[in-house]
Design a protein. Structure first.
Length: 213
C-alpha cells in the first residue's frame, strides 16, 4: 500500500473541503505573492497545494495524483530501496515550491493575483512516471483514447508553454510547465547520485524500441 500517497490525498481532501466553506482559511493558505514579498509568508508556497477551487478541481488533481503517485512511490522503492519513500515525499513537497517560483517572480507585486491547487506538484509526479515508463499508455479521464506516455508528455509541455506565455487564463499553466520539468530534473539528479539506474539511457532505449528505430 502506498501510504505516503494516501496520506497526501487524505490531507488535501480534508483541507480542501474545509476551505470550501471557510473563506478565511482559504485566504490564509492560498498562494498570494504580495503576502510573501511584504510579510515573508513563505509557507504559502506549500499550503496552497492543499486547497482547491472546487470539487472538480480537487477530484481531477487527486485522481491524477493517486493514479501516478501510487506507481511512482513503488518505483522509487525499487530504485532507492529504503530511501525511496523519503525521496518520493521530497519530490512532491519540493515541487510545490519549485513550480511556483516563476509565478512568484512575475507576480510578487501583483495584489490581484492568487493561485491554489496541487497541479504543479501533480505534474512533477506525472512526468517522473513518464520518464521512467515512457511507453505506457496515458489518456484523459472519461476519454477512452491512450497515447504513449512520452508523446503525451511532449504535447502537454507544448500546450502548457503556449498557454503560460499567453497568460489569459485563470489556470496557472506556468506551474504545470515548471512542475513537469522539475519532476524530470529531480529524477535525473536523484537516480544519478543515489542509485545505479541510468534513467536517461533507459528512457532513450524504451522510446527507440517503441518507434522501432
Amino acid at each position: 500500500m502506498s501510504i505516503i500517497t494516501l496520506v497526501i490525498v487524505a490531507a488535501t481532501c480534508v483541507l480542501s473541503f474545509v476551505s470550501f466553506s471557510n473563506q478565511k482559511l482559504t485566504e490564509e493558505l492560498i498562494f498570494y505573492p504580495p503576502a510573501i514579498s511584504d510579510r515573508n509568508q513563505w509557507y504559502r508556497f506549500f499550503t496552497c497545494g492543499f486547497i482547491h477551487a472546487d470539487i472538480p478541481h480537487l477530484f481531477f488533481n487527486m485522481y491524477s495524483f493517486y493514479m501516478f503517485g501510487d506507481n511512482i512511490e513503488n518505483m522509487f522503492e525499487q530504485l532507492f530501496g529504503s530511501k525511496g519513500k523519503i525521496i518520493y515525499l521530497l519530490l512532491y513537497v519540493s515541487s510545490l515550491f519549485i513550480c511556483l517560483v516563476p509565478t512568484y517572480i512575475n507576480h510578487r507585486h501583483d495584489y490581484l493575483y492568487r493561485s491554489l491547487g496541487a497541479s504543479g506538484a501533480v505534474s512533477a509526479i506525472v512526468f517522473a512516471f513518464i520518464f521512467l515508463d515512457p511507453t505506457a499508455g496515458i489518456g484523459l479521464i472519461f476519454i477512452p483514447i491512450h497515447a504513449p506516455a512520452f508523446l503525451f508528455g511532449i504535447i502537454y509541455l507544448v500546450i502548457s508553454a503556449i498557454l503560460a506565455q499567453r497568460g489569459q487564463s485563470h489556470i496557472n499553466h506556468s506551474a504545470h510547465l515548471w512542475g513537469a520539468l522539475y519532476g524530470i530534473v529531480f529524477l535525473i539528479i536523484t537516480t544519478h547520485f543515489l542509485s545505479d539506474y541510468n534513467v536517461i539511457d533507459s528512457f532513450v532505449i524504451q522510446v527507440r524500441a517503441y518507434l522501432k528505430m
